[in-house]
Design a protein around this ligand. Structure first.
Ligand code: ADP
Length: 499
């Protein structure tokens, strides 16, 4: 009987299950949307019970889709929306509150207070993160502060905290196992990435009892077996990583300097920095890429606020294209940007500029500029923003950029991917499967259980859809990038801070 690996990808908008065969191909899948709750401006919640229920349903449906029995699943890998926080009662299994989603801003006040107390550097040094409501720690504090009796019960060991991975493993094992992996722990603001332990000092500052915390394990080992969700079968749960890290693993970025960029609505970039913990001077995050056996790999992480969203803007607000994919066609009708630059700072500028008040601008217009130039400038803007972050990473890390692996909806754009290769003078690799995240989780589980032997075998499995090589000469590359920097300067000038 053929065996398979299942990956569960519990994301912000949906729960998914994908089944992989030995060649790394997907042979069964299912997906279910989950509801979003917005109880106040800037607040975002999920229902933990719905997350669990949808997960069991997609497991069942994926097995059905692939015509595979639960007994044929050799191991289960898990990847998840990161930072989203749940606290539940260890006896009844009931959450004490909804899940507080990573996007939720409710702990802004807590973060500001901690910053005013001068704790920013301490948190940064220990966790690699910044004091932002995004991360779990201040969400945990908020819950303990606001749910009646919660802190006291937490101190007595009656409550458990977990990110989505912990919650699902606990549910899958019928409450036997309470743990998380290094990648998820490294997003909590509570985990010391230098010592690889929960940090007593930070816990004290946030007034979080350590009894509530999950045990931290590597990203690839057998954590326990399923008691729920698989028709009574005991399937080893053997891989866990947060979504961005799983995608980086799924993309085969196993070596220092390898970088993955996901071009979705926003852009997510991670550069593997090997066993070096790189401190960023440019406002990037330092995070754990994964831990396997006794080795922990680190990464620098940066994001682009507006990536595919700029293409949506061309389509929905300006009506210049009917579908996102048409952008390549129109942009290809002109030879170059004709001097036009779009800085899509619609929600401010991120790394390495960090100006939340910046707004979008279009520069370099002449009478010869047409719609195609604007479309081209928009696609190129995604690449310029990537180059800004890549340069920051390379400077911070002092390591050489090696190959960029791309995924996400906008990575399908050939013109943009060629421009990325040209502008960064590096190889851009787009895999045939766009499921990097689930693939990464499956790989981690398959490696731990001997389904796959080693990383070499995984690389051999990888099918490449297209590789883009740099063709542009250096002078032209520099000239174009200079134009972008001018446009950025103009945008910063506009906010009144650029001069
Ligand atoms: P998310 O996971 O954030 O929803 P996806 O990975 O599904 O995003 O990618 C969707 C985004 O990619 C949209 O913002 C869309 O505008 C953009 N997009 C999709 N196809 C293309 C394309 N061929 N060229 C440029 N952008 C594209």
């Amino acid at each position: 009987m053929e065996k398979y690996i299942m990956a569960i990808d519990q994301g912000t908008t949906s729960s998914r299950a994908l089944i992989f065969n030995h060649q790394g191909q997907i042979v069964g899948r299912a997906q279910q949307e989950i509801r979003q709750f917005y109880p106040a401006p800037g607040w975002v919640e999920h229902d933990p019970e719905e997350i669990w229920r949808s997960t069991t349903e997609v497991i069942r449906d994926a097995l059905q889709d692939g015509e595979i029995t639960a007994g044929q699943i050799a191991a289960l890998g898990l990847t998840n929306q990161r930072e989203t926080t749940i606290i539940w009662d260890q006896k009844t299994g009931k959450p004490i509150y909804n899940a507080i989603v990573w996007q939720c801003r409710r702990s802004t006040g807590i973060c500001n207070h901690l910053k005013n107390e001068g704790y920013q550097e301490l948190f940064k040094e220990k966790t690699g993160l910044v004091l932002d409501p995004y991360f779990s720690g201040t969400k945990v504090k908020w819950l303990l502060d606001h749910v009646e009796g919660a802190r006291e019960r937490a101190g007595k060991g009656e409550l458990l905290f977990g990110t989505i991975d912990s919650w699902l493993v606990w549910k899958l094992t019928a409450g036997k196992v309470h743990l998380t992996d290094y990648t998820n722990a490294s997003r909590t603001l509570l985990f010391n990435i230098n010592t690889l332990k929960w940090d007593q000092e930070l816990l004290k500052i946030l007034n979080i009892p350590k009894e509530i915390l999950p045990e931290v394990k590597s990203s690839s080992e057998v954590y326990g077996v399923t008691a729920n969700g698989f028709d009574g079968q005991a399937i080893p749960i053997a891989g866990i990583a947060g979504d961005q890290q799983a995608a980086t693993f799924g993309q085969g970025c196993f070596e220092e300097g390898m970088t993955k960029i996901t071009y979705g609505t926003g852009g997510f970039m991670l550069m593997n920095t090997g066993s070096n913990i790189v401190r960023s001077k440019k406002g990037l995050l330092t995070t754990i890429a994964w831990g396997i056996k006794d080795r922990v790999d680190y990464a620098l992480e940066g994001s682009i606020f507006v990536a595919g969203a700029a293409v949506q803007w061309l389509r929905d607000e300006l009506g210049l294209i009917d579908q996102a994919a048409d952008s390549a066609f129109f942009a290809g009708k002109v030879d170059d940007n004709n001097g036009v630059y779009l800085v899509p700072a619609f929600t401010g500028l991120g790394a390495p500029y960090w100006d939340p008040e910046a707004r979008g601008i279009l520069t370099g217009l002449t009478l010869g500029c047409n719609k195609n130039h604007l479309i081209r400038a928009t696609l190129e803007a995604l690449v310029y923003q990537s180059k800004d972050v890549l340069l920051a990473m390379v400077e911070d890390a002092g390591i050489k950029l090696r190959a960029i692996k791309v995924d996400g909806g906008a990575a399908k754009n050939d013109l943009m991917m060629q421009f990325l290769a040209d502008l960064t003078a590096s190889l851009v690799e787009r895999p045939a499967s766009i499921e990097s995240t689930a693939t990464g989780a499956a790989y981690l589980a398959g490696l731990a259980t001997g389904f796959w032997t080693d990383q070499k075998e995984l690389i051999a499995n990888r099918e490449i859809d297209q590789t883009f090589r740099a063709k542009m000469d250096k002078a032209r590359q520099e000239e174009l990038y200079r134009g972008w920097k001018q446009a950025i300067k103009t945008a910063l000038y506009w906010t009144g801070k650029g001069v």
